[in-house]
Ligand binder design. Sequence first.
Ligand SMILES: NC(=O)c1ccc[n+]([C@@H]2O[C@H](COP(=O)([O-])OP(=O)(O)OC[C@H]3O[C@@H](n4cnc5c(N)ncnc54)[C@H](OP(=O)(O)O)[C@@H]3O)[C@@H](O)[C@H]2O)c1
Length: 331
Amino acid sequence: MTERVRVCIVGLGWTGSNHMAGYGAIPDRAEVVGAVVRSEAGKAKARSLGIPHLYDDWRAALDDPAVDAIDFCTPSFLHAEQSVAALEAGKHVLCETPACQSLEEARRIRWAITEHPRQIAQTGHIARCWPTFVHAKRLVDDGTLGGIFYVTSNYAHQSDPGEYPSALTWARDISHRARLGVGHHSLDLVRWYAGDVFEVQGNQTPKAGLAILHFHNGALGKLFSSSAVVRPYILSLSVYGDKGTVVCWWEENELRGHLHTSTHWEPQPLDRTLMHGRGSPEWQYEMTNFVDSIRGVAQPRCPMKDGVAMVETGISIQLAIDTGARVRVMS
Ligand SMILES: NC(=O)c1ccc[n+]([C@@H]2O[C@H](COP(=O)([O-])OP(=O)(O)OC[C@H]3O[C@@H](n4cnc5c(N)ncnc54)[C@H](OP(=O)(O)O)[C@@H]3O)[C@@H](O)[C@H]2O)c1
């Protein structure tokens, strides 16, 4: 397929509105032909955005042959059921994070992905589309860093309920929020650079969560997450290899990164990423990758199998935190 991808967005809340803006920035590749909105306010918003077809129920969108791809921006406890049903209905799927909330749901999604290999199935780990982290990934993949032996990320975010309205609605229920022990974007990110994790350890206080990761390739990893940190949003990254090191940190509403290939102070700057959140071009990058994957001109940055593996690893970290034991990653 090289023509425009016809997308239906399910849920026009915080993420759905951002996804809509992302598709709106790439009219040559994508067209939002429909939205699933249940509330009157949601319908008014969809009409004001010029979305032509509105559905009351997400299942109705799955039956519509005029829709190529479904983009689920719904509460986390719906993700597994919705993604599996959309794949079974023959649609391409992008679903927000986390991909699912339990090992049983993870197994159901893995099965659906295997059964429908020609359809694109992606998870919305948007940090994989940030130019700084994409640049770092190229440096890992082309061997600039050599063998990776340590990778670490901090996810620290004291979010304002005005920023994420769901904190006052469905996400007030801790089981629906699914923090999975540590910041799940950080966990996905370190897996992107170092691969699958086989064993985890963890600890947590009300203000800080820590996990130590043992990767299959012999590397170690460390994650820190907190919603108590007093400073703006951080999703940082450091990747340490035999031949080089990448360090990425947030400053002045920008993610910046540097490559070091010697022990002298000669840092080489990586591509920069503008502020995370509403209005950031990151959504355009993510939507471009999704529709270009469907059009056959790109590879999915975060295949849903990786979204599922993040959940399996996160559940294992939570068990390690709860028991104080080293835990083999379950799937
Ligand atoms: N990737 C990221 O950086 C990122 C950031 C924030 C959140 N998220 C994830 O994105 C997801 C959505 O979070 P949000 O902050 O966008 O939540 P939100 O603002 O509450 O939006 C959720 C939307 O889902 C709709 N909805 C609820 N139940 C539904 C159902 N049964 N069928 C169809 N639509 C339904 C609601 O629409 P109605 O009003 O029509 O019911 C609402 O507009 C969550 O899983 C969250 O973890 C990801």
